[in-house]
Design a protein around this ligand. Structure first.
Ligand SMILES: [Zn+2]
Length: 328
């Protein structure tokens, strides 16, 4: 017994010495290995198209401020493909100023159900993983016959369209630092009449008989022209202008990498750069751009990925208690 204990103590002493040497050689990276990163994933079983929130104890970074983009959460499928990624930002969770690192990312609506992994990376190196399951989900299939005007909107090459698409992508792929809301969001119109759903698998039939497929990125509300359209949450107007395909369009930034989009408006009531609250009038619905009739197209983007708006209405995207692990 005595001998065993002595050997044990010797080994401990040796490994501490080795650890210190390694820490000196590899610095920060080994410090993570020394104290495993505490990670929380909400919800634990998302469906394709739904957002997930990753919380990480700020102590994992040694309480240091880190420049944006050094820490990322990456969603990886069983085949090792990196499906989406998002940068972490700071979230203050109590009155004492305790903060967490949080990343919001979306399970793509094309992701296969089954096992998947969220990998947390610091400057590209993995510092922790969360295994989870993507649940099954079925999407609606629909066919839409387009007239000459709408066929042209989709098929004619136009440099202006390309320029507008690149401006839009520049906005929705940006991860800011401001947390304007923790959710939950509210629907932008009071009507519950939906003419298309999130993730619909669509076939567009053109006037010449040819066709194209696409996935519907948002929810369409079949509301009459002139219906009040309101912001789904607090945020900042980052786009309020006419676009060829989406007509009069408004985009609101709500959280780092999280944006809501409102398309085909008859009239826009806000200006770029202004702040809005939940329920602020953004404009009136209409049928501008590519539309077969008056409706509101409401969309939410997370790190560029189209995401189910209903998931933001049903729960707070930043549930501070749950992120702290207090609900378990
Ligand atoms: Zn739509």
């Amino acid at each position: 017994m005595m001998v065993k204990r002595v050997i044990g103590a010797y080994l401990v002493k040796k490994s501490w010495g080795l650890l210190l040497v390694l820490v000196q050689c590899f610095g920060v990276t080994l410090l993570y290995a020394q104290s495993p990163v505490k990670l929380v994933l909400l919800p634990e079983h998302p469906r394709p198209g739904e957002p997930v929130t990753v919380g990480m104890a700020a102590g994992a970074m040694g309480e240091k401020e880190d420049p944006a983009g050094l820490f990322q959460a990456v969603l990886i499928n069983t085949r090792g493909q990196r499906l989406t990624k998002a940068s972490f930002f700071n979230l203050t969770v109590d009155k004492e100023g305790t903060s967490l690192k949080v990343a919001i990312l979306a399970v793509p609506c094309t992701a296969r159900p089954g096992s998947a992994v969220i990998q947390v990376e610091h400057q590209g190196a993995s510092i922790g993983t969360i295994d989870f399951t993507i649940e099954n989900r079925t999407f609606v299939s629909e066919e839409i016959t387009l007239d000459q005007g709408n066929t042209d909107l989709r098929t004619i090459q136009d440099p202006q369209k390309t320029a507008e698409a690149s401006v839009l992508w520049g906005i929705i792929s940006r991860t800011g630092t401001e947390v304007y809301t923790v959710g939950p969001f509210t629907a932008p119109v009071s009507s519950t009449r939906r003419t298309s759903f999130f993730g619909d698998r669509r076939i567009f039939r053109y006037v010449d008989g040819s066709q194209a497929s696409s996935i519907h990125a948002g929810i369409d509300y079949g509301v009459p022209r002139g219906t009040a359209v309101r912001s789904c949450a607090d945020g900042r107007v980052v786009l309020a202008r006419s676009r060829i395909v989406t007509g009069n369009s408004v985009i609101i930034e709500h959280l780092p990498g999280v944006y809501s989009l409102y398309y085909h408006l008859d009239h826009i009531a806000v200006q770029e750069g202004t702040m809005v609250r939940t329920g602020t009038l953004l404009g009136q619905s209409g049928a501008t751009g590519l539309a077969t009739g008056p409706h509101l197209h409401w969309e939410i983007r997370v790190a560029g990925e189209n995401t189910d708006p209903d998931a933001f209405v049903s729960r707070p995207i930043l549930d501070k208690d749950a992120l702290l692990g207090n609900n378990n």
